[in-house]
Structures are given as structure tokens and as C-alpha cells.
Design a protein around this ligand. Structure first.
Ligand SMILES: NC(=O)c1ccc[n+]([C@@H]2O[C@H](COP(=O)([O-])OP(=O)(O)OC[C@H]3O[C@@H](n4cnc5c(N)ncnc54)[C@H](OP(=O)(O)O)[C@@H]3O)[C@@H](O)[C@H]2O)c1
Length: 314
């Protein structure tokens, strides 16, 4: 089968489209999916550079990719809840017990999959799993955001931020977000009530007593976020573990989230998409043989919306 693989860690030039990779096989508790589309997340280029190589060394050649949407081709032992022919979406990276989704077939743990949203096509569904699950987990499970509360979402124009803004608005919260000036109209269209240009304005001087901050940026942004929260407010960051001392000093709860793309979260996400609460934004779709260009766009091109590889049409 065709698969996007690396034989060593490095820049985009280490990406190879192998025309003759061994076809993935569904093992115990795994589902074999014929992949129709797969989207690229920042983690895909980070692992390509070797960012996780000490924690999870890859056996080379390694197939990249996690997000996917496709059709169930076979079921491994002990799988329930799916049948051959179901259109599913989910996460199948080597880091999550899958075989890598930038390929014609992928094996995924059944617990990282769900039936795809009914009202969108395969490209939109493939764009959702990691960013959507991240937003649902942070806002629904950690922050437990309520109608009328005030939240600041850092990186509102990004993959996670764009879903988070829509989800927070659908709950009835007041949403402030940080984004670059060029993305102001885009995040307003997503539903943001207030937009801070992160390059020219200091959000930490503008806000105080917020109920929650959802940080998809990290670094100094995380540290500065403590002071805009009210006592007993919640900070969730997608990048690393927040400073426990600062959390105690400010009397807030601070969580470093590791996203788990689970069947339950994907089902909730599919409902949000099918009811129109969350719309998917696609920047560009590439065929598999333009995978290097697609990675370059995600890494350096500041896409407004997701970048998706279309692997099979129809
Ligand atoms: N912990 C986990 O389990 C987990 C899971 C998924 C993702 N992540 C991480 O979460 C991060 C976000 O993921 P994503 O998919 O949303 O990335 P993304 O699509 O690249 O979005 C990042 C956004 O942040 C904006 N940004 C950059 N610096 C900023 C600043 N100082 N203030 C405000 N906005 C800023 C960028 O805007 P510009 O274009 O203007 O720079 C971009 O719109 C990534 O680092 C990813 O690796 C972690």
C-alpha cells in the first residue's frame, strides 16, 4: 500500500511516499480502516523531527499521521461496536497504538474511533479528531464551562482554538481570544466576542477575574495567564505542565492536558458537528504525493484552518 514514511528523523525532506509499504493488519482490539482522508497536526511534524524519540522511539521505516476518516475494512479480535463498511473517524498514530494514518490502510485501536459525523464529508471529518477532542476535553471535562462564564482562549485561529471558540459559544460563554491582527475577522466569524492582537497588545493587562483560560500557545503565555483568572478559576494548557507554585499563589486550578482521543469524546464531537454547533474549517486539501508541500504549509505557512491529505476519493 502507499504510505508516508520516514527512515530517519529530520526536516520535511525525510518524508518519503513509499508505494509498496506492507498493508496494515488489524490486531487484537484494532480496526482496519481504508483511509479516505487524513489531516496534519503540529505533532506530526514534531515527531518527524525526533521530538518524541527518547520517550517513544520509532522502528524505522515509520508511517506518520494520526487523524483519519475512512471505511472499516476488517475487524480484529475482541472488537465490538463497529462493522465492516462503517464510516469512522479517529486517531491512529504510532503514539496511540495505531499504525499511522498517512497511508491507504491504517490499523487503529477501536477505543480511539467512532462513527464519523453524518452531516460532513470525509475531508471535514478527518480534520477533527485531535483538535476537536482537545477542545472537548479541555472545555467540557476540565473547565466544565457554564453559560455566562468568561473564558480566554489563546491561539483562537489555530486548529484547537477554532473549535474551542465555537464550543464555548455554543455553551453560552463570553469568549475572548488572542490571535494575530490578520486573523481578527476569522476568529470573530467563529464567534469570539473580544479579540486581542497578541503581537501588539498585552492580554494580561486587559483581563482580570476570568473563570477560565484555555491555552493552546504555551511558554510565557501560560505564565502570564495566571493573573487574569479569578480565585478558583481554571487554567488548561496544551503545552507542558503549568507551574504548581504559581497556581497555589493565585488560588487557581492549573492543568497540563494530554489529549486522549476516545470513542466517547469523538461521539460528543460528532454530535456538535451534526447539530451545527461546530463547523470545520479547511485551509487546503492535498493529494498524498504532495505530502511534503502539505507539511511545509502546516509548519511555516500559517494556515487558517486544517490541512488535509485526500487519500481516496468517494
Ligand atoms: N498536549 C496535547 O495532548 C496536545 C494535543 C494536541 C495539540 N497539542 C499542541 O497544542 C498546540 C496547538 O495545536 P493546534 O493544532 O491548535 O496548532 P495550530 O493550528 O498551529 O495553531 C496555533 C495557533 O496559535 C497562534 N499563536 C502562536 N503564537 C501565539 C501567541 N503568542 N498568542 C496567541 N496565539 C498565538 C498561531 O497563530 P499565528 O499563525 O499568528 O502564529 C496559530 O493560530 C500545538 O503546539 C500542539 O502541538 C498538544
Amino acid at each position: 500500500m502507499k504510505a508516508v514514511q520516514i527512515s530517519r528523523y529530520g526536516a520535511a525532506n525525510v518524508l518519503e511516499l513509499n508505494q509498496d509499504a506492507p498493508k496494515a493488519v488489524s490486531g487484537k482490539e484494532q480496526v482496519l480502516i481504508e483511509v479516505h482522508a487524513a489531516s496534519i497536526n503540529p505533532i506530526d511534524w514534531k515527531v518527524r523531527t525526533g521530538y518524541m524519540k527518547d520517550a517513544v522511539p520509532f522502528t524505522m521505516p515509520a508511517t506518520l499521521g494520526g487523524d483519519c476518516c475512512g471505511v472499516v475494512a476488517a475487524l480484529g479480535e475482541s472488537v465490538s461496536g463497529f462493522k465492516v463498511g462503517d464510516r469512522v473517524y479517529g486517531y491512529a498514530s504510532l503514539l496511540s497504538g495505531g499504525s499511522g494514518s498517512f497511508a491507504e490502510f491504517v490499523a487503529a485501536k477501536s477505543g480511539t474511533l467512532a462513527l464519523a459525523p453524518r452531516n460532513v464529508g470525509v475531508v471535514d471529518a478527518a480534520a477533527l479528531p485531535l483538535v476537536g477532542a482537545s477542545a472537548v476535553q479541555a472545555i467540557g471535562e476540565h473547565i466544565k464551562l457554564q453559560r455566562g462564564q468568561k473564558i480566554l482562549i489563546h491561539g483562537g485561529a489555530g486548529g484547537i482554538g477554532s473549535v474551542a471558540i465555537q464550543l464555548a459559544k455554543s455553551i453560552g460563554a463570553h469568549v475572548a481570544t488572542t490571535a494575530s491582527a490578520e486573523d481578527k475577522a476569522y476568529v470573530k466569524e467563529l464567534g469570539a466576542d473580544e479579540v486581542i492582537d497578541y503581537k501588539s497588545e498585552a492580554f494580561e493587562e486587559k483581563f482580570h477575574d476570568l473563570d477560565a483560560v484555555f491555552d493552546t500557545v504555551g511558554g510565557p503565555t501560560t505564565e502570564k495567564s495566571f493573573k487574569v483568572l479569578k480565585k478558583e478559576g481554571t487554567l488548561v494548557t496544551m503545552l507542558g505542565q503549568p507551574d504548581a507554585g504559581l497556581a497555589e499563589q493565585h488560588g487557581v486550578m492549573a492543568i497540563g492536558q494530554l489529549t486522549h482521543v476516545t470513542t466517547e469524546v469523538l461521539k460528543r464531537l460528532a454530535q456538535l458537528v451534526d447539530t451545527g454547533a461546530v463547523k470545520v474549517h479547511i485551509h487546503k486539501v492535498f493529494p498524498l504525493d504532495q505530502v511534503k508541500e502539505a507539511f511545509e504549509l502546516v509548519e511555516n505557512g500559517r494556515p487558517r484552518g486544517k490541512v488535509v491529505l485526500q487519500i481516496k476519493r468517494g
